[in-house]
Design a protein around this ligand. Sequence first.
Ligand code: A3P
Ligand code: MG
Ligand code: MG
Length: 378
Amino acid sequence: ANDHRQYQSGSTTWQSPANSQSLSTRRELYERDFPLYKQPVEVGCFSLDAQRRFFNDNRQMRYYVEPDRNPNFDLKDGYKDRFVKRDDSVKEKLDHILRWVVANRSKLDSTTASSRALDVDFVTWRGHLTKLLTTPYETRDGWLLAVTRFRGTLYISEVETEAACRERENRTERHEKMMYWGYKFEQYTCADDIQSSPDPSGAVNTNEAFCTVVQTRLADHKLLFSGEVDCRDKDPNAPAPPGCYVELKTSAEICTPKQRSNLHRFKLLKWWAQSFLPGVPRVIAGFRDHDGVVVSVETFHISKISHLIKNEYNCWKPTVCMNFCCDFLSFVKRVATEDNPSVVYLFSWEPCREVTFSIHRDSPYSFLPHWYIQEMTS
Ligand code: A3P
Ligand code: MG
Ligand code: MG
């Protein structure tokens, strides 16, 4: 049996992006007008401290301090003796966001006379949405997303794929070191207070995080999601959050036009998707030499990235990313119909395949904690 409907129109074959059982990820299907994406509004924030404890406040916020014209940041410094690494075998699922929801329920309560507990269609992490946005262009990593419908809202939580688990457990020392570099760059460029300076002599602890919680709408999908924010503009006259937020990145120094082109074609896709979603307006990239020393920094304005990439041959398109995400969310709404916290609809995707799903009742995939179900049922 044919899995997808096909429409013949002139000499072009049109394939519908979804039937009832699967969703295509082919780029051509999503090349249409950019969907409505409302300006994201920050509705709150939270912090995770050095022991990964949750606080319903901005205590972990950091302030961006512009480096000298000729920076010389050794990203290797401190890896051996001043690095506290978060245990990434611990799967936190949506727990921190759910804690925030419970603590801030009055901001979100459904005003309409409905059985819906929260006035949003989806609750998830920004990082999960980033993966959806980049899916039509991803050729390496698949994903698994668990979805539960509970009191009218769809919760989306990632499940680690077997391949990702193997990679995590078999990381090379070189890879572990390179993962540290990004955090070390943050330490060279961020201060804890508006008045103070960065302190690269301290420890890097990747348990610490400041997260924004934003609300927005993609076409007819009302979204509530949270994402980690690296730092903010320290100018008190800067725009209100998320307009004052800054995303930090590191990348290899660019010496040839080919390297610049590769940055545009591959890295800018990820950088754009991650920051566009929560309305973070700029990415500041530190470029490192062959020896892991940042020797220059460059600002990328998210709103200008679509122009930057227009000259690249066969490049990614923001509209394809957003339309795919929108159609995936519609697909989820159609599929995940049973309102039950112990039912998980597991959506899975591998490169060169379509998105498919399976249904799991009272399984280890269930992810809404009892304390959350209890809180939201009362
Ligand atoms: P870079 O972005 O400079 O590579 P983020 O940029 O999202 O704030 O993440 C901070 C750093 O965490 C990254 O710095 C990188 O070092 C590390 N990191 C984040 N996600 C990663 C991933 N999927 N694989 C490897 N390292 C990752
Ligand atoms: Mg970060
Ligand atoms: Mg960053």
